[in-house]
Every structure is written in structure tokens, then in C-alpha cells.
Design a protein. Structure first.
Length: 112
């Protein structure tokens, strides 16, 4: 499963940034790759009306995703924060910053 997640996330990166994304993703666990994939899947299923490209906007969307996913009870604060940082780094190093991010709370409850 890890190889499949890895390959899919590399393909999500802009073509010119795929080598950088590949290097970044190579060091992640299956659980970390799955978290990134779940976020991207939620964004595809529930796109917002406007694009979010700043790191601050991305962080707000990731925090909203975690809140509605139920992470406050399922994971430690350290694990939650760690995965948020990894996701933000992936979004920035892969060129996925212009992704049409989910509206706050839209569809996340169903994904938890």
C-alpha cells in the first residue's frame, strides 16, 4: 500500500517538481502518506469556490480538515502537529499550493 500511495502522491505534484516531491515523500511512513492522500481526496470531493495558495491559508484548511476528521481525540497533539507540518511541506514542495481547497467543514465529518 505504501508504494501505491507514494506513486500517486508523486503524480499529484507538478511535473517539474516531481523529483523534489519524490525525495520528500521517500522518507515518510505509510501512515503519513495516507494522511496526505486523505487530505487531497477531501479537496477533490469538496472543492471550495476560491483557490488557497498562501501557506497561512493552507494551514487553516489543514487545521479545519483535522478538526472535522476527529483527530483531537484519536491522536496525540504531537502526532497531529507533525502530520500537519508534513502535509504543508508536501503541498509547498509539490506545487499543489493552488489546489482548490475544501470549504471549512464541508464534507469532512463524513470522512472521519
Amino acid at each position: 500500500m505504501r508504494d501505491t500511495l507514494f506513486a500517486a502522491l508523486v503524480r499529484c505534484a507538478d511535473n517539474s517538481l516531481q523529483p523534489k516531491a519524490r525525495r520528500f515523500l521517500a522518507g515518510l511512513s505509510c501512515d503519513e502518506l495516507q494522511f496526505i492522500a486523505e487530505f487531497l481526496g477531501a479537496c477533490i470531493l469538496e472543492p471550495a469556490q476560491n483557490n488557497s495558495s498562501s501557506r497561512t491559508q493552507l494551514a487553516q484548511c489543514v487545521a479545519e480538515f483535522q478538526r472535522f476528521r476527529g483527530w483531537c481525540c484519536a491522536r496525540s497533539d504531537a502526532d497531529r502537529d507533525h502530520k500537519m507540518i508534513l502535509l504543508l511541506e508536501y503541498l509547498c514542495c509539490s506545487g499543489v499550493r493552488g489546489l482548490r481547497l475544501c470549504s471549512p467543514g464541508a464534507g469532512y465529518a463524513a470522512a472521519s
